[in-house]
Design a protein around this ligand. Structure first.
Ligand code: F6R
Length: 357
């Protein structure tokens, strides 16, 4: 129950540090070693390519997961929107493994793909928060998120749980196949939990950002590059679904290929700068929009901040930044919706699980 919280969404945002710790615990054995079902590790290591299938926020988590399986475990990955994939299947590799990411385990668009893939006889794995859900029962294997029930329609703790479980699984799969992993995922996720805590403890700052940037605007843009691009899309989705502000998340480099035409005096732009390799590029993109009158909210990782940045995120492993950078975006969306007197937990036209195609 939501206890003293005004909304489930705020409670679920606050639970995220605990969820990170719960996940570490749930995947550790008595000796404190990480453990993933052997059958899942075998399926991962036998696959020549993994196809991640998901919708909405879970699709956004899948985009982050692709980086983990490719960079940490050396497994090529494609990420697909379930409602697209089912009716227009790409050429498949010889030994594909299908991963369905779904908080509820009930999303019809994802289930129809699972049914088709089972007919083809390929191995399947569901990553879900709900044990015994349809997609969990029907897939060969299941990885649980351990996030606890998510009640608010807007997904928050399930998104970070999905990313954490994918990172952990990629690290264990890498070790299993003899690849060296140059960081300790348990330790890094512990650092992430503390960083998330610092963010959820800064609610007043987030509320002020929502006031400064979103109180009267009709639209907002989110930009980032590489992993920050994935989080930009999630930030835009959160904002539009609960505050009804029209929002778009896209790759920083795409600005000049069209969207920059929409920038007017005062247009809010949320720019993420957590990725060193592209930090100069994203700073350049911010300059481009500022020159056209945009109001930039720059969210940078510690060590990469510059004078005038709006928010500095505590430093975490560069692959794990989405777990931290998404928190202010969740909170800013929450407060923007609250200020507009929207029904935060039950936005119009939306249902928690979408059981029709
Ligand atoms: C957004 C949101 C939706 C879901 C999507 C998939 O906040 O909650 O976009 O992520 O409907 O749902 P699951 O993960 O249950 O398959």
């Amino acid at each position: 129950e939501k206890g003293t919280y005004p909304h489930y969404m705020l409670k679920e945002i606050d639970e995220q540090p605990a969820v990170m710790r719960k996940i570490i615990q749930a995947y550790q054995n008595e000796q404190g070693e990480l453990e993933i079902d052997e059958a899942i590790l075998t399926a991962l290591n036998e696959a020549d390519r993994m196809y991640i299938i998901a919708a909405g926020t879970s699709y956004h988590a899948g985009l982050v997961g692709k980086d983990y399986f490719e960079k940490i475990a050396g497994i090529p990955v494609e990420v697909h929107i379930s409602s697209e994939f089912g009716y227009n299947m790409p050429l498949l590799s010889e030994k594909p493994l299908f991963m369905f990411i779904t908080q509820s385990g009930e999303t019809a668009d994802s289930r129809q793909v699972l049914v088709k893939i089972k007919e083809l006889g390929h191995p399947t794995l569901t990553v879900t928060n709900v044990q015994g859900s349809t997609l969990s029962r029907e897939a060969d294997h299941t990885l649980l998120l351990h996030a606890g029930p998510e009640i608010a329609v807007a997904s928050t703790k399930a998104y970070t749980a999905q990313i954490a479980v994918l990172a952990l699984t990629a690290a264990v799969a890498a070790k299993k196949s003899g690849r060296s992993v140059d960081f300790d995922i348990v330790q890094e996720l512990g650092i992430v939990a503390n960083a998330i805590q610092a963010m959820v403890d800064s609610k007043e700052e987030m509320e002020q950002i929502a006031r400064d940037f979103l109180s009267t605007t009709r639209n907002a843009f989110f930009i980032g590059r590489n992993l920050d691009f994935c989080v930009s899309m999630e930030g835009a989705l959160k904002l539009k679904e609960i505050s009804y502000i029209q929002a778009e998340g896209f790759a920083g480099g795409e600005l000049k290929h069209g969207t920059i035409a929409l920038i007017e005096d005062g247009t809010p732009i949320f720019a993420l700068a957590t990725q060193k390799a592209v930090s100069l590029n994203i700073r350049g993109n911010v300059k481009e929009v500022v020159a056209r009158g945009a109001n930039p909210c720059i969210i940078a990782m510690e060590g990469m901040e510059e004078e005038g940045d709006t928010l500095v995120l505590p430093k975490v492993h560069p692959l794990l930044t989405p777990l931290v950078s998404v928190i202010p975006l969740q909170l800013i969306s929450y407060y923007a919706a609250l200020h507009r007197e929207c029904d935060v937990d039950k936005p119009r036209n939306l249902a928690k699980s979408v059981t029709v195609e």
